[in-house]
Design a protein around this ligand. Structure first.
Ligand SMILES: [Zn+2]
Length: 113
């Protein structure tokens, strides 16, 4: 889905991982080592500039049956076993708008002094 006319809004993005390794077996279709975990973020944007992410959660997708599980549906022990090396962190670029606002405020403060 792509809306070129929307200049401000919220978007959902599933971050791709640097390394792909399965995190477990799928409970739904029974396929072994078919579950992959990702970080899904939701962020506000103005034009093409991300302002800040307002939501981040781990999701798991089965490569075989495409079943998607949200963080609230994932067992706590499974979440704990997920390596932070496997799941990509939210890139700093998604805070661009917040940093620009911070710089602007800093510039105003400095100019005021
Ligand atoms: Zn499955």
């Amino acid at each position: 889905m792509h809306h070129t006319m929307i200049i401000f809004g919220a978007r959902t993005k599933v971050l791709t991982n640097r390394s792909q390794s399965a995190v477990g077996d799928c409970d739904y279709c029974g396929t072994a080592q078919s579950l992959f975990a990702y970080r899904q973020i939701k962020y506000f944007h103005i034009f093409w500039i991300p302002i800040f992410p307002y939501s981040a959660q781990i999701i798991m997708i089965c490569n075989h049956c495409k079943k998607l599980s949200y963080q609230s549906e994932i067992k706590p022990q499974t979440l704990q076993s997920l390596s932070s090396r496997t799941i990509r962190k939210t890139p700093i670029g998604y805070f661009t708008g917040l940093m620009l606002i911070g710089l602007l405020v800093a510039a105003i403060v400095i100019a005021g002094i």
